[in-house]
Design a protein around this ligand. Structure first.
Ligand code: MN
Length: 239
């Protein structure tokens, strides 16, 4: 029997999501995010919403914040324009390559409500300079996500209201039926570019109404059967 591996530093923690109705956890691998997947949001970002192929960016698993109960995130550094983006989150339970859209939903473990928190000023500066978006999108606590709801329990929602309010005032309100690229199509396209692995998440894009939050603001986000999450922005000084 081989000796146990001796790591020279502590191995990174496993980041995980709660699963509704159980004490079990879903370990998170990579977080893929779809850009501009609702036409009205593409327009508000100054882009043509024609059905060009979907594009993706990533956040690290370290960006995850467990929002299965009300939680807080610190206002991040290096931004003066910190935006909310509510999104339907898909959890991949079974990996695969070159998955056909017709088979794609069999790879889904479950669904959750998530926020793709964005340093919009850094993102747009990078975009306009032709640089990667990482500093705008991939940073600590930029992915608060609620409890996963198992597809085995709730099926595969294709229509549901998706809403976000800040301090009780509606900011984003749409329906996941308006996704330009469906969940199945996103899985199919991704899996033709890179093998999907169990534990991968896909944040499927946000509808129109993205806007800034400030320390003290309370975000309340919900998607149909998936319930809601409450995330408060706290002052960076109290991080
Ligand atoms: Mn997004």
């Amino acid at each position: 029997m081989p000796d146990a591996v001796s790591y020279v530093i502590a191995p990174p923690a496993v980041h995980s999501l709660a699963i509704a109705g159980t004490a079990d956890r879903f370990p998170v691998n990579r977080i893929f995010c779809v850009g501009r997947n609702y036409a009205a949001h593409a327009r508000e970002m100054g882009k043509d919403p024609d059905r060009e192929p979907p594009f993706f960016f990533m956040k690290p698993a370290q960006a995850l914040v467990d929002a299965s109960a009300p939680t807080t995130i610190a206002y991040p550094p290096k931004t003066a324009n910190f935006h909310h983006e509510i999104e339907l989150v898909v959890a991949i339970g079974r990996g695969g390559s070159n998955i056909a859209a017709a088979d794609a939903l069999t790879h889904v473990y479950g669904y959750a409500v998530g926020l793709d928190m964005t340093r919009r000023d850094l993102q747009l500066a990078a975009r306009d300079a032709g640089r990667p978006w990482e500093f705008g999108k991939s940073f600590a606590h930029s992915a608060p996500i609620g409890a996963l709801h198992r597809a085995a329990d709730i099926g595969h929602p294709s229509q549901a209201t998706i809403t976000l309010a800040v301090n009780g005032k509606s900011r984003q309100s749409s329906d996941i039926a308006k996704l330009i690229w469906s969940v199945a199509e996103c899985i199919a396209v991704l899996s033709h570019h890179d093998p999907l692995e169990p534990g991968d998440l896909i944040m499927t894009g946000t509808p129109e109404g993205v806007a800034a939050v400030l320390p003290g603001d309370v975000m309340h986000a919900s998607i149909g059967l998936l319930g809601d999450i409450t995330v408060t922005v706290r002052d960076a000084a109290h991080a």
